[in-house]
Design a protein around this ligand. Structure first.
Ligand SMILES: *Cc1c(COP(=O)(O)O)cnc(C)c1O
Length: 225
């Protein structure tokens, strides 16, 4: 068995083993790395992995080119910092944008979506790590904007996303995932929203994220080892 196949199978097994609701969990294969050739992407597809994640518009466009017709099979997830002036390049086909980090970005997506008659699935990214280098809403800002965000008619806020702090300390990592879940539940109670998704967990910490209720895990490097 080649490594991509073996690694995908391992992650799928881990979902069953660690998740509290394995049937709800979606694997997004992060394809942003230069090692991810056309062959590797086709192998992901052969293994039933159709959700790909990219964090830069230009690299995403390169992937579309490399994949040719196969690109239509893919549900594209945008997981990185999205500049407002780049929204127009992905709004036609993007399946989910995980990284709403300010109101003005959400408004731009809403406006572009309305123009083409699409409703775009999005997640709000929250920075719980306290690290300035990480993208995402500061919690206070998020609470300030949430009502305005939910008024935008052409985006569908499906849930929240976060990246764990850069640490070996499992308790801190677990704490940040748990916190995201608690915020999600609290927002649902307060605003009667129906935020279902928790996009959390990467190669190094996805097992913890699954235990804490992740519904979407974003796995890159582990798949190509
Ligand atoms: C790169 C990236 C991932 C995947 O990270 P790995 O450690 O390679 O699994 C997940 N989420 C985001 C936002 C990323 O930028």
């Amino acid at each position: 068995m080649s490594s991509v196949t073996k690694n995908v199978q391992e992650v799928l097994e881990d979902i069953k083993k660690y998740s509290i609701y394995p049937e709800r969990v979606k694997l997004v294969a992060v394809t942003k790395y230069p090692v991810v050739t056309r062959e590797k992407m086709l192998e992901l597809i052969e293994n039933g992995v159709f959700s790909f994640g990219e964090n830069r518009v230009q690299v995403l466009e390169e992937k579309l080119e490399i994949l040719g017709e196969e690109k239509n099979k893919i549900k594209w997830n945008f997981i990185g910092n999205l500049q407002k002036n780049k929204v127009k390049y992905i709004v036609d086909f993007i399946d989910m944008i995980h990284s709403i980090n300010k109101l003005s970005l959400a408004e731009e997506i809403d406006k572009r979506a309305e123009k083409i008659g699409r409703k775009i699935d999005v997640l709000i990214e929250i920075n719980l790590s306290g690290e300035d280098s990480k993208e995402g809403y500061q919690l206070e800002e998020f609470y300030k904007d949430i009502e305005e965000l939910t008024k935008l008619k052409n985006i569908n806020i499906c849930g929240l996303m976060t990246m764990a702090p850069n640490t070996e300390d499992e308790n801190l990592i677990r704490g940040s995932f748990r916190k995201l879940r608690e915020i999600r539940d609290e927002v649902n109670e307060k605003f009667g929203n129906n935020l279902k998704e928790l996009s959390m967990g990467m190669s190094g910490d996805y097992k913890i994220a699954l235990e804490e209720g992740a519904t979407i895990i974003r796995i890159g490097s582990k798949l190509y080892e």
